[in-house]
Each structure stands twice: as C-alpha cells, then as structure tokens.
Design a protein around this ligand. Structure first.
Ligand SMILES: *[C@@H]1O[C@H](CO)[C@@H](O)[C@H](O)[C@H]1NC(C)=O
Ligand SMILES: *[C@@H]1O[C@H](CO)[C@@H](O)[C@H](O)[C@H]1NC(C)=O
Ligand SMILES: *[C@@H]1O[C@H](CO)[C@@H](O)[C@H](O)[C@H]1NC(C)=O
Ligand SMILES: *[C@@H]1O[C@H](CO)[C@@H](O)[C@H](O)[C@H]1NC(C)=O
Ligand SMILES: *[C@@H]1O[C@H](CO)[C@@H](O)[C@H](O)[C@H]1NC(C)=O
Ligand SMILES: *[C@@H]1O[C@H](CO)[C@@H](O)[C@H](O)[C@H]1NC(C)=O
Ligand SMILES: *[C@@H]1O[C@H](CO)[C@@H](O)[C@H](O)[C@H]1NC(C)=O
Ligand SMILES: CC(=O)N[C@H]1CO[C@H](CO)[C@@H](O)[C@@H]1O
Length: 614
C-alpha cells in the first residue's frame, strides 16, 4: 500500500506514519490536508490555470484530493498528502504558509515558478518532515534561514537559481541525512561550510562571493594597514584636527609599526605552533553551548585559525569563524597585544561574561593559552552592518528603510544600555558600522564592548589613527584628537556617524555622492550641505520618495545632533535612543520590551578609566 520505497526512507516514513496514527484523530487530520491545499490555491496566483482546472474542492469523496495535479497521497483513498509537486506551473506569490496544515507531507517541489519574498524564517515549523525540498528557479530573496537546519529529515535541498543573499548558514551541516545540496546561481557570499558529503563546484557556482572548498580559498577580508597610506590620505585632507593629530603622532609610527610587523602574520597561523603543547587547555564557558570545550576544539573548528576563517580584523584583534564538530558555529576573537596579567584578565572576562543584553553579541567563553587570549562569541549570520550597507558588489540590494531604522533604534538601545544601565557602565570607544553585527533576523548586536580596556593604552588611543583602518578616522570625535580622553559623548559622536551611514548610504570617509574636488569626511560633507540648506540631498536616493521622507529627515536630524562639534551639545545615548524610538514608533520595534530608564543621574563611574596621553 505504501508503494515501492527506498528502504532507508521507508523506516522513516513508517515512523512518521505511526506517529501520525498515534498523534491525531484521523478525520481532523485529513480535513487539515484539504484546508492546506485550499489555502495554497488561494495564496498563489495561478497564471496558467493548472490549479483552477484540477484542484476542485466540490467533491467530498474520501481521497478526492489525491487526484489533483501535483498531489501524491499516502493512500489513494485517503485525503492525506505525501508529496506536493508543483514544478513549472506558472505559480506566482510568496511561499505558501498554509502548507503548515499538510502535516504528513514529506516532499515539496515548487521549482520553476515565479515565487518571491523570503523563505520563511520558521520554515522548519511549516514543513518539519520533508525529506526533499526543491525551491529552485524562483525569485526567492533574503537569506537562507538557519531554521532549515531544524528540518532534520532533509535528504535533498535545492535552492539554486534564486536571488538568495548572505552566508550559507553553517548550521546546515547539521543535516546529517543530506546528500544533495545546491545553491548555485544566487547572490550568496562568504565561506562555504564543510559538509560531510562531497559538494560539487557546480552546486555552489555563480554566486557573488562564495569561497572555500570546492571553490577558491577565501581571501583575508582585511589586511594590516600601511601607515604611509594613512598619513598620505589624511594629509590629502580630512579634518584639520585629525591632520594635526596624525602629524603630532608621527614619531610614534615607526615604533608602533615595528611592533605591528610581527603581528602582521603573513603566513596566517604561524602563531598557533606555539600552542601545540597546550591544546588540552579548557575553554572557560559562561554559557553551555556544549558541555566541555578545549583549545583543541577551537583549533579544529577554525582549521587551526586558518586565514580562510578570518571574518574581520580590527584594533582589538582578529575574528575567526569556526564550526564545532556538532555543527555549532562560533566566532573566535584572538585579542591583539593584551598584556594584562592572567588573573586580572580572567576577572575582566567574568565581568564581560555577565554583561548580557539582547543587542550585544553574547560572549560565550574565553581561553588563555600561553600569550594568546581567545574570546568565544555566538555566531552572527549576517556579518557586519558595514558590509550590509556598503556591499563589495554594487549590484547587491540596498537595505530597506524599515530595516535600517530598526538597526538604528536597537543598536542605540544597546549602546544606551551600556552607558546608562549596565553595571559597570561601559564606554565602547570603537563604535563604527563594523562593530555592529547582524544576526539571522538582522537584529543588531554590538561587538567589541569592554575590550578597549584590555588593550594597551598606546594601542587603543594612538592606534585609532596610526594602526586602525583609515576608515576609522571618520568616526573619531574632534575633541578626542585634542584630549585623547574617551567619553560617553565621544561614543555618541561615533554612533552619529553610523546613523549618517544608515541614512545616506555613504562611507564615513569617502563620500561617493560629493563632487570629486571634495576631500572631507562624511561629517564634513553633511555640515557643508547643512550650511548650504541642502541637507535633503544627503539622503540615500534609494530611500527618497518611498513614502517615508518625514522619517528620513528626522533621522538625519538626530544623526546631525550626535556629530555636533561641542560635546555638550550632543544628546546622551539615552536621548538618542528615545529620539530614534519615537521616529520608529509606527513599526513597533520596541513594543514588547521595557522602556529603558537611565538609572544614573549625571556623574558616573565608568568602567573605562579616563586615560590622558602623556
Ligand atoms: C477557472 O475555472 C472556471 C471553471 O472551472 C472558469 O470559469 C474560470 O474562468 C477559470 N479562471 C481562470 C483564471 O482560469
Ligand atoms: C469525485 O471524485 C471521484 C474520484 O475522483 C470521482 O469518481 C467522482 O466522479 C467525483 N464526483 C464528482 C461529483 O465530481
Ligand atoms: C511562521 O511565521 C509567520 C510569520 O512570519 C507566522 O505568521 C506563522 O504563524 C508562523 N508559523 C508557525 C507554524 O509558527
Ligand atoms: C524577481 O523580483 C524582482 C524584484 O522583486 C523583479 O524585478 C524581477 O522581475 C523578478 N524576476 C522574476 C523572474 O520574477
Ligand atoms: C533577482 O533580482 C533582480 C533585481 O533585484 C532581478 O533583476 C533578477 O531577475 C532576479 N533574478 C531572478 C533569477 O529572478
Ligand atoms: C534547531 O537548530 C539549531 C541549530 O541550528 C539547534 O541549536 C536547535 O536546538 C534546534 N531546535 C530544535 C527544537 O531542534
Ligand atoms: C554525516 O554525518 C551524519 C551525522 O551527523 C552521519 O549520520 C552520516 O553517516 C555522515 N555521512 C557521511 C557520508 O559521512
Ligand atoms: C525564527 C524561528 O522560527 N525559529 C524556529 C526554528 O526552529 C525551531 C524548531 O524547529 C523553533 O523552535 C524556532 O522557533
């Protein structure tokens, strides 16, 4: 009665069958299946009329839906759907959510239609038992949802020829039954996770920026900066203050760059050789991602900190991506030049491990091995805000406004919490669009908080200009160049630049829209437009005229206030959050969570001691 089935699949299908017999009463289950098909028919535009002519619900014979085009049943006389195969039927619309009612379905083929929108982020709740899923040759966009990794019965997953972007979620390697996987012809980027079946090059071909086996190795995302370029470009004309500082600090350069050389690490992971003898060291865990973790697990997860696994590097160190044996993905930061004694470091870590907020990247644990300090973070599937805003390939879709606004509001919430509510209070000191990471749902998560304190003072301060990416210059508050004192208002300035990036789509230092003769930073450009009464021209053209002009302008105003030259005139981070929240009111970005109230009133002991340059 169950036809001829592949013997391996058989055991599973039998299991599902029994489960269904046990679980639910027969009549309501089959009613569900009929409603399932009704809802699919209703939600899709049937441009060629296939469903219209065949899916006729005016017949109540048991098993009548089994005669519908594209429907296989478990038994021909029972309205219980086994497979839905609607390939190439001219169907148009979004992924049919009503499919959730086909509770016994094991195969879904919607390939070669005109389906668009995102693959639902809760897909595993919609089609929990599918063994074969084919959504190829449609127009699906957005990211591949991590939740596909919860469709644990999948054998075949075909997503090729769509418009999918972002990373291939490393969690997909958890699909232990998967044997066929294809994502060719999309707009995916980043490292290809390592599956335990062989992946052909064709199945990942024609994407924007996939790398790693079976394609070319990934290249480093960022290189050590050449100080000459910085000085040269800066003298090319950023702000007068910054030039002053760069020149003023010029004599530090040789010393610092000499120090840097040995860390430039041209061969990638030579430093790991020194860890050979201590691989058994335990990783101290704040959250039990896995019951025990050793340094050797981190080495395995990152292919011995191979340069292909580098996903970013900045002033505080280099971030690696890793996948543990059980499939959990992590980000591991190798701190640069931290010279704090072990004990002090451990107590800092204990503090940071307890700092938890929805808009901070969770620190899962850390490991001290000889001179190395490694921090283990939860993986953030959508990378940095910087890369989403300024994609390497111009063809990549710009972020839509509601998403940018959400990122602005929620990031402000995280920073306001660090400044005002967190105990101890934390000044970030390195705010840029690269320290704001985006998880699978594009929820912004702040990284690198609390790390400035672990760096050597010389590194964190002077390196802002000397060692940091040239781009970082665009984020530094003007008074900082004079005083070299980190303040909450300095953070507000840097965050203001991030807000300007969000609303203008421009980079902090190189303004594409400005005339070629213009050599200033994004802030310089904005103040010039403001003086000329042309502030409207600053707004990202892809956003203008989409019915949100009012919000755009208000947002721009808040950003402008944050970058006012006198620190006193800038709002506090709490005020920034409140202002942005008000602009985003209609979207309910913050409805479900408590409104943040500053628990301080003025003078505050910040975690960061204020360091004045000698
Ligand atoms: C759907 O089928 C009915 C008859 O079965 C017909 O009257 C109607 O025009 C069809 N609609 C489309 C869009 O093909
Ligand atoms: C209902 O479906 C059954 C099975 O396909 C068919 O034999 C019968 O003629 C149909 N009845 C009507 C009224 O369409
Ligand atoms: C899946 O998510 C959508 C919203 O994206 C929601 O409407 C739907 O109820 C969810 N389905 C399940 C089964 O959770
Ligand atoms: C895919 O969607 C984009 C934008 O939503 C649209 O411009 C394009 O025509 C669609 N392509 C197909 C083949 O439907
Ligand atoms: C992907 O989207 C772009 C525009 O966003 C559109 O031109 C293109 O046709 C789409 N690709 C597919 C395969 O639908
Ligand atoms: C879903 O998958 C994730 C990994 O991708 C896993 O951590 C989680 O436990 C799974 N959830 C369930 C309910 O199986
Ligand atoms: C892949 O891993 C799963 C468990 O995660 C295992 O059951 C399966 O046999 C492995 N397949 C191969 C080809 O190694
Ligand atoms: C975002 C989302 O819907 N996540 C879901 C992923 O899958 C698991 C289990 O299947 C659910 O519990 C999550 O809610």
């Amino acid at each position: 009665m169950i036809m001829v089935l592949h013997s391996r699949v058989f055991a599973f299908l039998l299991g599902v069958f029994l489960l269904l017999l046990l679980g639910c009463s027969l009549s309501s289950a089959t009613e569900d299946d009929i409603n399932c098909l009704k809802s699919i028919k209703a939600s899709l535009k049937d441009t060629l009329g296939y469903l219209n002519s065949s899916w006729n619900f005016n017949n109540n014979t048991e098993g009548y839906i089994c005669r519908f085009t594209g429907i296989d049943c478990w038994h021909p006389d029972e309205n219980r759907v086994l497979n839905i195969r609607l390939s190439d039927m001219g169907l148009e619309g979004e992924f049919p959510h009503g499919i959730v009612k086909c509770k016994s379905m094991t195969g879904l083929d919607l390939s070669s239609n005109m389906l668009y929108g995102s693959i639902p982020p809760n897909i595993s709740m919609l089609i929990p038992y599918v063994t074969s899923l084919d959504l190829s040759s449609n127009n699906f966009s957005g990211v591949i949802p991590i939740n596909l990794s919860n469709c644990s019965f999948i054998n075949i997953l075909n997503l090729d020829h769509n418009n999918l972007s972002g990373l291939i979620p490393p969690e997909l390697t958890l699909l232990g039954r998967m044997k066929t996987f294809s994502v060719a012809n999309n707009r995916l980027t980043g490292p290809i996770p390592i599956f335990n079946f062989s992946l052909s090059a064709e199945s990942v071909a024609s994407n924007f920026g996939l790398c790693g086996k079976p394609l070319d190795p990934c290249r480093e995302t960022m290189k050590g900066t050449k100080t000459g370029v910085i000085a040269g470009a800066a003298i090319g004309g950023v702000t007068v203050a910054a030039i002053g500082v760069v020149i003023g600090l010029f004599f530090y350069q040789r010393r610092l760059s000499a120090m840097r050389k040995k860390d430039d690490d041209p061969d990638g992971n030579k430093w790991t050789k020194s860890l050979k003898g201590v691989k058994g060291i335990q990783v101290s865990l704040f959250e039990k991602v896995i019951s025990r973790m050793r340094l050797s697990d981190l080495m395995k997860a990152t292919n011995s900190f191979h340069k292909n696994n580098i996903i970013g590097s900045g002033r505080t160190g280099t971030m690696y991506m890793g996948v543990l044996e059980d499939g959990t993905s992590l980000m591991i930061k190798r701190l640069q030049n931290s010279q704090h004694p072990d004990k002090e470091f451990s107590s800092e870590m204990a503090t940071l491990g307890s700092v938890k907020h929805r808009n901070l990247v969770p620190l899962l644990g850390y490991c001290v091995a000889k001179r190395e300090r490694l921090l283990v973070y939860r993986f953030m599937a959508n990378g940095t805000l910087h890369d989403s805003l300024h994609p390497a390939d111009d063809a990549n879709q710009a972020l839509e406004w509601s998403l940018r606004l959400k990122i602005g509001v929620r990031a402000a919430k995280g920073f306001a919490w660090l400044h005002h509510n967190c105990n101890p209070r934390i000044i970030h000191r390195n705010i840029s669009s690269k320290c704001i990471l985006l998880d699978a749902d594009f929820e912004p998560k702040i990284s690198d908080f609390g790390l400035a304190r672990l760096m050597n003072p010389v590194d964190t301060h002077l390196s802002t200009f000397v060692n940091g990416e040239f781009g970082d210059l665009g984020y530094v508050a003007p008074e900082y160049a004079r005083t070299l004192v980190a303040t909450p208002k300095g953070d507000v300035y840097s965050f203001g630049v991030v807000l300007l990036e969000l609303v203008t789509g421009e980079r902090p230092t190189l303004v594409a829209k400005a005339p070629e003769s213009f050599k200033g930073s994004l802030v310089d450009w904005i103040s010039q437009l403001s003086n000329d009464g042309k502030l409207h021209d600053a707004i990202d053209t892809s956003l203008v005229g989409t019915g949100v002009d009012n919000e755009l302008f208000q947002f721009l105003k808040v950003a402008c206030n944050c970058v006012l030259p006198p620190p006193k005139e800038r709002p506090t981070m709490f005020e920034v959050y409140q202002l942005l929240r008000a602009i985003g009111e209609q979207y309910n970005f913050t409805s479900e969570d408590e409104i943040l109230m500053p628990s301080d009133s003025g003078n505050v002991d910040y975690l960061e001691e204020l360091i004045v340059a000698r």
